[in-house]
Design a protein around this ligand. Structure first.
Ligand code: TYM
Length: 336
């Protein structure tokens, strides 16, 4: 039985990368007739966020703001299940079992671990190392089959498959499904505005490298105006972007925001200079993002209502997760 699950860390403000690579895809799947009758579960993964230090009051605020972002972007709590991870204890409970199935070497190979732990791995939290095991549990505690994510999470979803396969093999069962990452659209990897070789990230020290969902029109236009580019005019075909990462990034963003393919965009803007294209991109970004950030600000005025939505979502999520955990315990041989 197909089921959709995805999550985002409330570890800072939402970026355009999160929006185009993930949230917009969540909304598309929610509204796509192809997924009618299939449960869609979208989580705020607060337990993943604390694998690196989070100030408690900021974590609370970021979790609510992320929920507001989900809803403002079009997720409907009556159509999708929205909740924060820590309210459904089954995630952490299944993660423990997976910690005993997954191998140290698997975790060591993860590029996100290597990037985030940096040179001083000895000083990283144990949680950061085991991060992918909790992520596998997030997905498999619902027997989720489809996981919409950006390109950077592909390796983690593949590890989830490895964990499911090893669990099934070790216990001689056909219990956990083999999950598919859903990585689609023109913006599966939105890059930094300052450096076309780095992804746009909420943790980049330079605020000019990213567009935040809460940026106002002035900030958005200024960041796009200052975005790094090369001196050439835009090509009229996608091939012409191959060796031009900064140009490709801006065209990809334009395509994703305007719901067009890169080829369609280039058919219109091919031959234009950046001095002409950048204002077009700013206007489009402001037109698409301003209503979302205004709605986020409005929702943030009623934190109790956000909390009630998350509580209700958690109850619905737990109803799916609890029997799957019980069955897992039976398979492992734990008395209950
Ligand atoms: P996180 O919080 O870093 O990012 C959330 C989602 O946004 C996507 N994303 C991007 N997409 C395109 N371009 C970018 N520059 C960009 N930056 C971020 C990410 O690919 C992701 O889809 N480990 C996950 C959270 C997680 C999860 C899960 C996801 C925990 N459990 C279970 C799916 C299923 C993470 O750190 O995402």
């Amino acid at each position: 039985q197909p089921r959709v699950f995805s999550g985002i860390q409330p570890s800072g403000g939402l970026t355009l990368g999160n929006y185009l690579g993930a949230i917009r895809r969540f909304v598309d799947m929610q509204n796509d007739a192809q997924y009618d009758g299939i449960e869609k579960i979208y989580c705020m993964v607060d337990q993943h966020a604390i694998t690196v230090w989070q100030d408690p009051a900021t974590l609370t605020r970021n979790t609510r703001e992320l929920a507001a972002g989900y809803i403002a972007a079009g997720l409907d709590p009556t159509k999708s299940i929205l909740f924060n991870q820590s309210q459904v204890a089954e995630h952490a409970q299944l993660a423990w079992i997976f910690n005993c199935v997954a191998r140290m070497g698997w975790m060591q190979r993860m590029t996100q671990w290597k990037d985030k732990a940096g040179k001083n791995q000895q000083n990283a939290s144990l949680g950061l190392f085991a991060y992918p095991s909790l992520m596998a549990a997030d997905i498999l505690i619902y027997h989720a089959t489809h996981v919409p994510v950006g390109e950077d999470q592909k390796q983690h979803v593949e590890l989830t498959r490895d964990i499911a396969i090893k669990f099934n093999h070790d216990f001689g069962v056909d219990f956990f499904p083999v999950t598919e990452p859903v990585i689609e659209g023109a913006a599966t990897r939105v890059m930094s505005l300052r450096d076309g070789s780095k992804k746009m990230s909420k943790s980049d020290p330079s605020d000019a490298s990213r567009i935040n969902m809460t940026d106002d029109a002035d900030a958005i236009s200024q960041k796009i105006r200052k975005a790094r580019t090369d001196p050439d005019a835009l090509p009229s075909e996608a091939d012409g972007l191959a060796e031009r990462p900064e140009a490709r990034n801006l065209v990809n963003i334009y395509a994703a925001l305007s719901d067009q393919s890169v080829d369609q965009v280039l058919a219109d803007v091919g031959g234009k200079q950046f001095s002409e294209f950048k204002p077009m991109l700013s206007d489009l970004a402001v037109a698409k993002l301003a209503p979302i950030s205004a709605e986020m600000a409005r929702l943030m005025e009623a934190p109790d209502e956000i909390d009630a939505i998350l509580r209700d979502g958690a109850n619905r999520a737990r109803a799916i997760a609890a029997p799957i955990l019980q069955k897992t315990y039976d398979i492992v041989g734990m008395i209950r």
